[in-house]
Design a protein around this ligand. Sequence first.
Ligand SMILES: Cc1ncc(COP(=O)(O)O)c(C=O)c1O
Length: 423
Amino acid sequence: MTEISAQQITREALMARDQKDELRHARERFDLADDLIYLDGNSLGALPRAAAASIAEVTAQQWGRDLIRSWNKHHWINLPQKLGAKIAPLIGANAIEVIVADSTSINLFKLLAAVLQLPRVRDDANRRVIISERGNFPTDLYIAQGLNALLGNRFTLKLVDADEIKNSLDHTVAAALITHVDYRTGHAHRMAELNAAAKIAGTNIIWDLSHSAGAMPVNLNLDSAELAVGCGYKYLNGGPGAPAYLYVAKNLQAQLATPLAGWLGHVAPFDFTAEYIPAAGMDRFLCGTHSAIAMAAMECGLDTFENISIRDIREKSLALSDLFWQLMDEHCAQLGFSCVSPREHASRASHLSFAHPQGYAIMQALIARNVIGDFRQPNLLRFGFTPLYTRYVDIWDAVATIRDVMLSEHWKSAEYQTKNAVT
Ligand SMILES: Cc1ncc(COP(=O)(O)O)c(C=O)c1O
C-alpha cells in the first residue's frame, strides 16, 4: 500500500476511530476477507456469516428430509410476510404493508399496472402522463414502456430532470415512477415534499427504494408514501438475485389489483377454484411460488440489521463518505477525478460517484488490487459505503490504492481495457 500523508487525518487515527465505532461488531456478521475493501454493497451486499449454514439446513434437512412437509412444518408458505415484516422497520412502514416477492422489475410492473387500472385513472381521459426521471434506472423506464405498449400506448411516458419532478405533478399525471436515490449520483429526493405534491395533483408516486433502504432513513408512513418497491440484494444483503419487496399503504391495498393474478395472491389458494378472487391485504400482490432457499438467504441478510438503528447506520454512512471525499480531494485532486454526488448531506445517500475519462480501466485496476467498487456509464467510478461492514481504515486504504493505481499508471494494462459483460 502506498503511503499517503495527511495533515489532520492519519491511517493510525482511522484505526483508532474504528476501535471506537459503535457498529464495529456488525462486521463480524459478515463473511468478509480482512484484506478486502468492499465498496459495492450498494450493488450486491456481502455474504452474511449465518447464510451458508441456513441455506445448508434449508437444503439438506428441510428440502432433503422434510420435503414437501416443510411448507407447513417450517412455515415456508409464510416467508413473504415474515420477511416483509423484517423489512418494514427499515423503511418506516407497518409489517402488514410490506411483502417480499419476485424481482424489483416485476414489482414495478405490478404496482404501476395496478395504479393505471384504478377507475379514477383509467376513466379520466385527461390523466394520460406517466412521469419519471430522465436518468432513472433503465428497468423502471423499460417497465413503463412495456406496460404502456400492452395498454395500447394510451399513456405518454414523460421524462423530466430531478428538479422538475415536483412541478410536473399535475392533473394530467396518471402515475409517477420515482427512484428515491439516483443509482449514478447518489442524489436523494425529498420524499415528503414530492408525496405532498402528488397528493395535491391527485396522483400516485411509486417509489423505487433500491438505493436507499438499509443505508439511510426511509420513512414511508411519516412521509405519506403510498407505494414502493425495492431490491433485496443491495444494502439488505439478501444475496445475488434475492427476492424484492413491495409496500402499499394500508388504506390503498383493497383498491389495487395486481395484473399478475397468480394463485398465491388468491384469497384461498388451496381451494383451487377457477375464479380469481384476490386475497386481502398485501398477500394479493403475490403471484407464484417463492424460492424457500432464496428466502432463507434473504432472512440472514435482514437479520444483519438486528439491534442496529438506522440512525447509527446513517451517521456512519455520512462519516465514511465525507472521509472518502475529503481524502480524494487531498490526495487525488490532480488526477482527473470529479465527484458528481451532492455535497450536502440532506441530498446524499450512501454512495459517491467520481467521473473520470478512464473510469472503467481504473475501476478494473482497483478491483485487481482488492478495492471493489463498480463502473457506471458513461465514465463513473461508483463507491458504496455500507456502515455494517466498512471500516474507516478501508477508506484510507481505498484512496491510497486509487492514488497508487493512477501514479503507477497500472490502469493502462491491456487487461483492464476490455469491458466485461457486467461492469
Ligand atoms: C433503482 C433500481 N431499480 C431496480 C433495479 C434492479 O431491478 P431487478 O432486481 O429487477 O433487476 C436496480 C438495480 O441495480 C436499481 O438500481
